[in-house]
Write a protein that binds this ligand. Structure first.
Ligand code: HEM
Ligand code: HEM
Length: 185
């Protein structure tokens, strides 16, 4: 499998980044909600630390992913796909990129305006050049507590679209983002 995308298939790097980010996002939503239901204490702090660290990794992978996307061809939509489907697929993809970055930014700003540096598994931490401020902290926290639901909603629509294309429309949309999947006949 080629590293770069072709006109008919995503390359191995785009696939690896797509699935790593997907796993990272599922973990982030799970850990975010898990710590939200916990009382203050060392366990909650530890889960926030892991949540923030995974988010830093997702931020790097998403940035690399977008740069790589602009350096590559993007596989064209399958022949015969309706215009509304092409448009909605692209809207959901760009919506996902934007919503994930809003979520990453609001998370980073929540921590930074709370007066802390962004952690990365204890290896290093990144202090953002932002002042500690209670009001701003609450502003970013509210965005963070809301925007993940947009990410989740778009992911649900996206997955339903992938399943529809594979099992009902029987085109190669899911096959070209996966490894070893056979196209339905
Ligand atoms: C796309 C990436 C991210 C996703 C999907 C995500 C998801 C979540 C979720 C679902 C919650 C619980 C919200 C609630 O209480 O209703 C949460 C809380 C939190 N996240 Fe994230 N997060 C992301 C990125 C980040 C980043 C980059 C940081 C900072 C390094 C961060 C720090 C926090 C903190 C401190 C909380 C607790 C805030 C509070 O008091 O409610 N998150 N996150
Ligand atoms: C089980 C979960 C998922 C499945 C089955 C899935 C499936 C797919 C498939 C089949 C494509 C190729 C679409 C095409 O060729 O037109 C794709 C592309 C894409 N996926 Fe997913 N995906 C999943 C999770 C996610 C998640 C969590 C995100 C969040 C960032 C995401 C973001 C994207 C984006 C932005 C593209 C467009 C790639 C591009 O053209 O740059 N996916 N996905």
């Amino acid at each position: 499998m080629a590293l770069r995308n072709t006109a008919t298939e995503f390359g191995s790097l785009a696939k690896a980044l797509h699935w790593l980010v997907a796993i990272g996002l599922f973990a982030l939503v799970y850990l975010g909600l898990l710590q939200a239901g916990m009382d203050r204490g060392p366990e909650k702090t530890e889960i926030r630390f892991i949540h923030g660290s995974i988010a830093m990794a997702v931020f790097s992978l998403m940035t690399l992913r977008i740069v790589w996307r602009f350096m590559n061809d993007v596989p064209t939509h399958p022949e015969g796909m309706a215009v509304w489907q092409r448009v909605s697929a692209s809207l959901v993809h760009w919506g996902l990129y934007i919503a994930v970055f809003v979520q990453l930014t609001s998370g980073g700003m929540t921590v930074a305006t709370g007066g802390k540096a962004l952690p990365f598994f204890g290896l290093f931490s990144v202090p953002l050049p932002v002042a500690e401020n209670r009001e701003n902290h609450e502003f970013w926290e509210e965005i963070h507590e809301f925007a993940w639901q947009i990410v989740a909603l778009l992911v649900v629509i996206h997955v339903l679209g992938a399943v529809y294309n594979h099992f009902i429309a029987k085109n190669d949309v899911l096959r070209r983002m996966t490894v070893g999947l056979r196209q339905q006949r």
